[in-house]
Design a protein. Structure first.
Length: 320
């Protein structure tokens, strides 16, 4: 009888021990699974990109879509393996520092900038987060990079060579209006690259024997006054040097040109789409698509300092 009770006691102890071992194995397996899950999440961290523009989402529509297309071509699908935070200043440059700060607070991996004014504000906000310029008039002259071949800092991307095209626009006006003798040139002196654009225009004017009338346009409210002054001084045509001031007022500018009977040449094709006569410019959509390549390389470990700034290869002549 004693042996039976002893055997039962031994069986009970073994059963309890097996249960304890099973529980420990289960807990160890669960812990391992949790650690593996955390590790997998860390390995598949979705990169977050900040996109900052000076104007509005509608004004940047073509370029943003081109940027997205470039990402898709490289295997990135927005919302799945890449996230993009969009911010727009609506033409108010004073908002850019706050918008840049918002993107930094979101801990974005890269900030993509639309234009020199935007790049300058983001540069002031960070010298560590990579910045990719979709278009800049003169990256070296603006102090963004040491040189085009080796940028040397946290900024790289694409240049537009906009100042170099200003003289070509005047030549096109001369071809359209053979008797062209006086041209009203509209620009915003505070915009990066405008001084150089004016200089290139003046050089072309000397060769073409055309007199220039420079009219400063600090803000949107000054556009109508500039056209009145151009008509008063008997200008034969209008040439826009560039600037965010004009981008959001494209339809107004087209209407004023028609009302004043002044042929105008523009620096972006969107002006023609909104009723302008002619534009000649670097293809900003092409540059925006190519900007995706920089994002891809940086996410894969490349440093902006080692990625050469590329120049435009595609130009657009658009006629209404």
């Amino acid at each position: 009888m004693t042996d039976v009770r002893g055997r039962k006691s031994e069986v009970s102890r073994r059963t309890a021990l097996n249960a304890l071992l099973s529980s420990l194995c289960f807990l160890a397996g669960l812990l391992f699974a949790l650690c593996d899950s955390v590790g997998a999440q860390q390995r598949t961290k979705v990169p977050r990109i900040g996109f900052l523009g000076a104007t509005s989402s509608s004004a940047n529509l073509d370029r943003v879509e081109a940027f997205r297309q470039g990402l898709r071509e490289l295997g990135y699908i927005e919302g799945q393996n890449i996230l993009i935070e969009y911010r727009y200043a609506q033409g108010r440059f004073d908002r850019l520092p706050a918008l840049a700060a918002e993107l930094l607070a979101l801990k974005v991996d890269i900030i993509v900038t639309g234009g020199s004014s935007v790049t300058r504000r983001v540069k002031q906000a960070t010298d560590t987060i990579p910045i990719v310029m979709t278009n800049d008039n003169d990256p070296v002259g603006d102090g963004f990079v040491t040189n085009l071949a080796r940028p040397g800092g946290n900024i790289t991307g694409l240049a537009t060579l906009t100042p170099d095209l200003s003289g070509k626009r005047l030549e096109l006006l001369k071809e359209i209006i053979p008797k062209l003798s006086r041209v009203a040139v509209l620009g915003t002196s505070t915009e990066p690259g405008i001084a150089q654009s004016l200089k290139e225009t003046e050089l072309a004017a000397g060769a073409l024997k055309v007199q220039l009338q420079y009219l400063a346009v600090p803000g949107p409210k000054d556009i109508e006054a500039a056209f009145r002054e151009a008509s008063k001084e008997r200008a034969d045509a209008v040439l826009l040097l560039g600037g965010s001031v004009f981008v959001l007022q494209r339809k107004q500018i087209a209407a004023l040109a028609v009302e004043s009977r002044l042929p105008a040449i523009h620096y972006r094709h969107e002006f023609v789409e909104d009723g302008g006569l002619i534009s000649y410019a670097t293809s900003l959509t092409d540059l925006s698509r190519r900007a995706a390549t920089y994002v891809d390389k940086i996410l894969k470990g490349a440093k902006p300092a080692d990625l050469p700034v590329e120049e435009p290869t595609k130009f657009e002549l658009v006629i209404n």
